[in-house]
Design a binder for this molecule. Structure first.
Ligand SMILES: Cc1cc2nc3c(=O)[nH]c(=O)nc-3n(C[C@H](O)[C@H](O)[C@H](O)COP(=O)(O)O)c2cc1C
Length: 214
């Protein structure tokens, strides 16, 4: 083990190691809403994107607006049960409690990619045209990770969800989201109901990491 020159590096990795998936949440916040907004806005501003294309879009939903999202998801799922697309038993035993758990959080960060904004640069750099969409998603994921880690550093628990395209239309309607914003992930957060998490297992590093020239 070697020690870092900058103590903040150790803190950064302590925060990365402490980030986990929390499903059991309560609808309280350990910090003022302005802190949550600072985290989300700074992630949108400072997370890098390929060619600095800045393709990530974010909608932050708090309290009642957050509940509205998961009520909508529940309603959509109930529709799928009614139409026979999802078995009722699976919905009652699995999907419904899960969605109610998300609803019981304090907020949700919706992460979108504006792929249409890439049209000009795809024309300008035709050789890379097929790379820009995946790059945009990778940049979006970086924002998700930074917000997730920072919210947990501030005392929240969070989990990452993917209910697109199921909820896309409702999200567009409810929060007046431009049609070009393609929803990728939903980061649900709240105060952890318990810090008792399942132990995380790790595949051996030797199978996943190589170094040369050290
Ligand atoms: C790209 C990505 C997609 C994920 N999608 C989901 C998801 O749709 N639903 C969910 O409950 N968890 C999702 N997760 C959470 C992972 O299951 C979780 O991070 C992983 O099991 C490791 O556990 P940890 O977060 O406690 O470290 C996702 C995580 C990542 C990085």
């Amino acid at each position: 083990m070697s020690s870092f020159k900058n103590p903040a590096t150790a803190t950064l990795f302590d925060l990365a190691k402490a980030r986990r998936t929390y499903y059991a949440l309560t609808p309280e916040s350990p910090v003022p809403d302005s802190v949550i907004e600072t985290i989300v806005k700074d992630a949108v501003l400072h997370v890098p994107s390929s060619f600095n294309t800045q393709t990530t879009r974010v909608v932050l939903l708090l309290k009642k607006e957050h509940q509205k999202l998961w009520d909508a998801a529940l309603q959509i799922m109930e529709g799928l049960v009614a139409s026979g697309t999802i078995p009722k038993e699976m919905f009652e035993n699995n999907t419904k409690p899960k969605l109610e758990g998300f609803r019981n959080g304090y907020g949700t960060v919706l992460f979108f990619v504006d792929y249409e904004s890439l049209d000009p640069i795809k024309k300008q750099f035709a050789l890379y045209a097929d790379k820009f969409d995946p790059f945009a998603l990778e940049s979006n994921a970086m924002s998700q990770y930074l917000v997730w880690t920072a919210l947990e550093a501030e005392g929240f628990g969070a989990n990452l969800q993917h209910y697109s395209p199921l909820i896309d239309i409702k999200v567009q309607e409810n929060w007046n989201v431009p049609a070009s914003w393609k929803l990728d992930a939903q980061l649900v957060f709240g105060t952890p109901a318990s810090k008792d998490l399942p132990e995380k297992t790790f595949q051996p590093l030797e199978e996943r990491y190589k170094v040369f020239g050290n």
